[in-house]
Design a protein around this ligand. Sequence first.
Ligand SMILES: Nc1ncnc2c1ncn2[C@@H]1O[C@H](COP(=O)(O)OP(=O)(O)OP(=O)(O)O)[C@@H](O)[C@H]1O
Ligand SMILES: [Mg+2]
Length: 536
Amino acid sequence: MTLIARDLVVEIGGKTIVSGVSVDVRPGDKVGLVGRNGAGKTTLFKVLGGASAPRGGTVRRSEATGYLSQDPRADPAAPDTNCLSHVLSGRGLDVASTRLEKLTRALEEDPSEANILAFTDAQEAFERLGGYAAEGEVHRLLAGLALSPDRLELTIGALSGGERRRLELVRILFAGSELLLLDEPTNHLDADARDWMLQYMRTYRGALLVISHDLGLLDDAITRVLHLDREQEEATGELIEYRGSYSQYIKAREEDEIRLGALASRQTKEIARLTAQADTMRGQTAKRARVAKNLDARAKRIEATKVDAPTKRRKLDLRLPDPPPVGRTVLEASGVHKSYGSLDVFEDVSFDLGRGERLLIIGLNGAGKTTLLKIIAERVSPDLGKVLLDARARPGYYAQEHEGITAGRSLLEHMCENTSIGEQQSRGVLGMFGLSGNKVVQDAATLSGGEKTKLALAQLVAGGHNLLLLDEPTNNLDPASRTAIGEALSGWPGTMVVVSHDVEFVRCLQPDRALTMPEGTLDHFDEEMLELVELA
Ligand SMILES: Nc1ncnc2c1ncn2[C@@H]1O[C@H](COP(=O)(O)OP(=O)(O)OP(=O)(O)O)[C@@H](O)[C@H]1O
Ligand SMILES: [Mg+2]
């Protein structure tokens, strides 16, 4: 069975995402689900994964299903759950190990026949569940996903958003499954962990249904792509199936869009022609009226089977406001040193940044890219050295985890609180990011992942900054938005420091210089470095 959904009707916030669609996923299938930001991928996924109920239709799925949501912080697990128990609970081992512990104590106190039996029973159950091998297995998964083992001692609530996602992945992979539903599994992973995760998905033996902006990296491993086409806010979406790899999908989709576009315009023209001809014959002789009626009927028939031209992917039209004035040297870092405990992340990093310069920070896993950005943003203080900002520098920091979003407040209220522009202008800026119409009064906590990123970026560009500090700004964004934001930023005369592993985005951004961490060496940026970007 694995996953069988029939006649699904899925709604959210008064919108119909799909109506009457069916989905089949069988063992060995590796299916990618794609669609623009806000199309409804996550909403549909929740229904398929069992996290919410459909308005209509049925979903049957294999008992052993692993489901990773886009934002596990919103999942039902209590924030005071211990992280290790949470992972073990994936296999019911948390209960089995507590039981074993209890019976060990009972046996020590009273080695009666009954206690011996109960203990042996519990021990066998623990072993059957792989209890003894579990610890090693959990650590292997932690290492793969670059999550430090000491996190296991914390509670779920103490983890950062990125760590929470990785812990959830560890739990799901540890649990073992026949079917995996993963919503953006590579978000928040650094290069090594991302490669590990991609390899895991490639070689996974069960059925996989995945939403990911890294589908291109899985290319050949993908056997089918489901395209959720819902370009307009108020439209009901269609789920179109493309067999084959991801690049085959890209090609086939392009051809479809061209073909359907041409067919739609032929049909429109034909209808117009028939109607115009009919118009010239109306209100004259009875014979002519009959011909007119005939022409009308033909036009109607075409109308009935008329295809819709694929709605053009809405391009973001970003024009960023000019940055306020600032001195010639925006920032000067000298001898910056940071360690966590006994681990020296970097030492003696010095560089400066001129007005209008775009600096890309590159470096491997754990090289301290995010830490350096946080030091510049004054969220973390260095152990030694200092970062001097120009007196007129107005830094704006973008962190990847959407911490700035407050539930119960609309997008407009967010803009109003975090910028000094009025409502009309706020609507304008939000609109440039594709957030328009009723969307601006929606509760920001209910936005899709990509829409949250866009709101955060909208606040940033309208915030009157002249120095932007961007940490992975394109996570969650659909391909069209990624390029649009890269291009808009590359035309913006302000100063920027950027961490990104998104090659396409960096190419659009055209950085001037690159700072390699942890050494802190500064070079002019050239295209050859794009290879490093992917690793970074
Ligand atoms: N309570 C609500 N009221 C109004 N609209 C809502 C509500 N909850 C969700 N939506 C909207 O439903 C749409 C679908 O959201 P969903 O999270 O499924 O999109 P998605 O395709 O996963 O997008 P992304 O690529 O950004 O993750 C979004 O436009 C979202 O803003
Ligand atoms: Mg989503």
